[in-house]
Design a binder for this molecule. Structure first.
Ligand code: THU
Length: 145
């Protein structure tokens, strides 16, 4: 319950970090990385409680490589949409990896309010890993002008 308004606050799913780490590590098995030999697994909790995951998929035309976060976001859309409440990605050794800059932007688009990321420096918010981000709000501002 929201103390001020009496309106029930939206239910925020409980973040089970161990479960997310396990899902990210399991996703490594699906990575297609013949060129870099650097598998990445990603997992997230959606705002309606689903656990989704993704892996990187490389291409002979190297620049076309899809990061693990790309397949995770596709999975988000393909399995019911919604927003990301929590996220983690891991390297081939199963250790926590920071999402690359491009992927921070991908995640930003689908962040739930107060989304959390497990990072090499602890649990962080999206604002902390991508400060002053460009986002849909900028396009909306332009439409209004
Ligand atoms: N990679 C990801 O999948 N996500 C990241 O956030 C960092 C990089 C992948 C892309 C490429 O297949 C491999 O890691 C080496 O760059």
């Amino acid at each position: 319950m929201n103390a001020d308004s009496g309106i029930p606050a939206p239910a925020v799913p409980e973040i089970e970090w161990a479960e997310l780490l396990e899902a990210a590590r399991a996703a490594l098995a699906h990575a297609y990385v013949p060129y870099s030999k650097y598998p990445v697994g990603a997992a997230a909790l959606t705002d309606d409680g689903r656990v989704i995951s993704g892996c990187n998929v490389e291409n002979a035309s190297y620049g076309l490589t899809l990061c693990a976060e790309c397949s995770l976001i596709s999975s988000l859309r393909m399995t019911g949409g919604g927003l990301l409440a929590a996220f983690v990605c891991v390297d081939g050794a199963g250790e926590i990896l920071m999402p690359c800059g491009r992927c921070r932007q991908l995640l930003y688009e689908f962040r739930a309010p107060a989304m959390q990321l497990m990072t090499v420096s602890g649990i962080r918010t999206m604002d902390e890993v991508l400060p002053d981000a460009f986002g849909p709000q900028h396009l909306e501002e332009q439409e209004k002008a």
